[in-house]
Design a protein around this ligand. Structure first.
Ligand SMILES: Cc1cc2nc3c(=O)[nH]c(=O)nc-3n(C[C@H](O)[C@H](O)[C@H](O)COP(=O)(O)OP(=O)(O)OC[C@H]3O[C@@H](n4cnc5c(N)ncnc54)[C@H](O)[C@@H]3O)c2cc1C
Length: 302
């Protein structure tokens, strides 16, 4: 069977694209390897009508809405290969299943690469986060640590001071701040630590202490750590899609990439700000763009 579209990635971007295409009566297959970026967190915030929803519950609701549309097929599988064919693309999963589709939506999201600090993974998503818009409210007025190894640290520190004034700013041994920036942050009452962090300590995901290379141990109840973000799947690059300065796949207002018949949506394309509601909206835009393009291509073949 030749699908109208294969959507790679079943997060909010891919699922919203599937919903819109299903309602447009397109034959769609959605592949998802079930490794959502936000799986570590207990609750997601900032999505109107779903503020505080558990990530798994969000997907369950989304999938229950999509199954109402019989032309959408959901497959839990990892896609390994996408090749161009005469009619569009062949998509091959890790299990060797192969389908063909006229068009592709890349909605594979990002994955985080963290600095190597002992204990970080125990607290990430529970009391250490990466985005104040997602989790700043829950950490308001608490003693926090902000860790970033790049130039974003100065802006991030100013931003997070809206949620708490009890801040330790940490470069983790990198030169992320200029002397002027350090002076300004200290003038505002923030403590700047430039040594590497050795470990995060606490219990049941609740951060209690941060230990530095020189043995300094400070009490903290939470914080924000900026990771590096990389694409969760390599297809954008392999298919020749252009990327922007942040590494996001460049799209027009309707999800089209520079590669014909390849669309992108969600974190894979936006990178920042990375939010569920933005990813879902991106999925909708890509689906509407793709459906419009298919209509133009197929109308005369009736
Ligand atoms: C700790 C944390 C907390 C967050 N909290 C919030 C919050 O409170 N509010 C908010 O708005 N945002 C939050 N976010 C951001 C939000 O999770 C993302 O912006 C959103 O999930 C992006 O949606 P997406 O569909 O683009 O990607 P994802 O949700 O990451 O989905 C991509 C999907 O593609 C699949 N995939 C990848 N490669 C393949 C492949 N080769 N084959 C098949 N499937 C594949 C993955 O398994 C995954 O299911 C948080 C992120 C993190 C890390």
């Amino acid at each position: 069977m030749l699908y109208d579209c294969a959507i790679i990635g079943g997060g909010p971007a891919g699922l919203n694209a599937a919903l819109v295409l299903g309602r447009a009566r397109r034959n769609v297959i959605v592949y998802d390897s079930n490794k959502p970026r936000n799986a570590v967190t207990h609750e997601s915030h900032g999505f109107l009508t779903r503020d505080g929803v558990k990530p798994a519950e969000f997907r369950r609701i989304a999938q229950s809405e999509i199954v109402r549309y019989p032309s959408v097929h959901m497959q839990q599988a990892e896609v390994n290969v996408i090749n161009r064919t005469y009619t569009g693309f062949e998509v091959i999963t890790a299990q060797g299943e192969r389908v063909e589709a006229r068009k592709i939506i890349l909605a594979t999201g990002l994955k985080e690469v963290f600095p190597e600090i002992r204990g970080l993974s125990h607290f990430y998503g529970k009391s250490l986060f990466n985005c104040p818009y997602c989790d700043g409210w829950e950490l308001r007025d608490k003693p926090l640590i902000i860790v970033a190894e790049g130039p974003h640290l100065f802006h991030g520190s100013k931003l997070i001071s809206n949620w708490s004034r009890d801040l330790i700013i940490c470069t983790n041994g990198h030169r992320s701040l200029t002397p002027e920036q350090i002076g300004l942050l200290e003038h505002k009452g923030m403590r700047v630590m430039q040594q590497p962090i050795t470990s995060f300590e606490g219990k049941d995901g609740q951060l209690e202490h941060v230990v530095f290379a020189d043995g300094t141990r400070v009490r903290r109840e939470g914080g924000f750590v900026t990771p590096k973000w990389v694409h969760a799947a390599p297809f954008g690059e392999r298919l020749g899609c252009f990327t922007n300065d942040m590494g996001g796949i460049v799209t027009d207002g309707f999800g089209r990439t520079n590669v014909k018949d390849v669309y992108a949506a969600g974190d894979a394309s936006v990178v920042a700000p990375s939010q569920l509601i933005i990813a879902a909206a991106e999925g909708s835009r890509a689906a509407i763009g793709l459906n419009g393009d298919l209509t133009e291509e197929m109308f005369m073949q009736w």
